[in-house]
Design a protein around this ligand. Structure first.
Ligand SMILES: Nc1ncnc2c1ncn2[C@@H]1O[C@H](COP(=O)(O)OP(=O)(O)OP(=O)(O)O)[C@@H](O)[C@H]1O
Length: 320
């Protein structure tokens, strides 16, 4: 493996320095290199792994570009030398459990979510300055590399777990979330399980969804996309997030999975909501956003997640 990595990274020195064991989806190990520093290498032997890692790498790049929350810098994605699967090399970070930086993570996540709307405001100001002929090209705001994104989706397919998300761009969030997020999961459940109750509840729930968003104006926010407690931590100096499955969506979506498995303290939420207060109807939409993850877990890990998926659908339909 060291020799293979030397070739791919154009390094003269590569030495394994530890195995993180990886997560539920991929294996991971760290290596010292002479030209890329210490790197963390994720390995996955599934045939779809290349697409999954390309999505993760593009997500890390997009988040890095916002300069809001620390993520590992991606280095390279390439096919596994065995012929099936893929490898993803990124900056190694010394990640410990998230403890003392909960509040900072809440604030930084909110800043990530507000980044695109700040670009919109800035763009509006630039346009009006150009309109009045008062634009100053020496202004450092002209150096901003990102521009405002006015729709929902992402340029690249990203995978929540190993399932690809349909990130095709869409102007309307309710349509995007209903069809491309929930609909895609329910189509898979129909294909694999043909579950009659899921099908019936879904046909009722679809009609209730638009009402849950009445009066809400949603600006696309760049999301981490898989922000459960296992994908956050901290270094000695700052909070860290990793393993993203990004897309532009409703900021509230991010808190769906954060709330499912724990790992985030009151300090995290209060810092977050200081910058992005809960909008009216938040609690109900929070359940709607958790539904995606229950369905995604049903599709990944089987019928153990059927009960919670159906119960949340029943509640949402009943309360509408
Ligand atoms: N850049 C990194 N540097 C050092 N260690 C890392 C890095 N990225 C991840 N790790 C470690 O490896 C473990 C697994 O990583 P990751 O969550 O990306 O794996 P996965 O199999 O894709 O994910 P999951 O279990 O969330 O589905 C993490 O819990 C973390 O301890």
């Amino acid at each position: 493996m060291e020799n293979f990595l030397k070739r791919e990274l154009r390094s003269t020195y590569v030495k394994k320095v530890g195995s993180a064991g990886g997560g539920c989806i991929s294996d991971g190990a760290s290596y010292d290199t002479d030209n890329c520093g210490k790197v963390f290498v994720k390995v996955n032997k599934k045939s779809e792994a290349q697409r999954m890692f390309i999505g993760e790498s593009a997500s890390l790049d997009a988040i890095l570009n916002t300069k809001t929350v620390r993520v590992p810098k991606p280095v390279k994605v390439f096919p596994h030398p065995d012929g099936t699967g893929s490898m993803f090399v990124m900056e190694h970070l010394d990640i410990k459990s998230l403890r003392s930086h909960q509040s900072r993570l809440g604030e930084q996540l909110a800043r990530l979510h507000l980044h695109n709307s700040a670009l919109k405001t800035r763009q509006g100001k630039e346009e009006s300055r150009i309109g009045t002929g008062s634009a100053d090209k020496s202004d450092d705001r002209c150096n901003e590399t990102s521009s405002y994104v006015d729709k929902f989706g992402f340029d690249v397919t990203t995978c929540c777990g190993y399932l690809p998300q349909d990130n095709s761009w869409c102007k309307n969030w309710v349509e995007f979330y209903t069809r491309q997020k929930l609909g895609q999961q329910l189509d898979l459940i129909e294909k694999d399980y043909g579950d009659r109750e899921a099908r019936e509840l879904w046909s009722q729930l679809q009609r209730c969804i638009p009402k849950m968003f009445e009066g809400l104006e949603i600006c696309p926010a760049l999301l981490h996309g898989d922000l459960w407690g296992g994908n956050v931590g901290e270094t000695d100096s700052e909070p860290v997030t990793f393993d993203p499955a990004s897309f532009y969506g409703h900021a509230e979506y991010e808190l769906g999975i954060a709330g499912l498995f724990g790992g985030f303290s009151g300090a995290f939420y209060s810092s977050y909501h200081k910058l992005i207060p809960k909008a009216s109807g938040f609690e109900k939409r929070h359940q709607l956003y958790q539904l995606f993850h229950y369905l995604n877990h049903w599709n990944h890990f089987g019928s153990g997640y059927r009960g919670s998926s159906l119960s949340i659908m029943r509640n949402l339909v009943k309360d509408s």
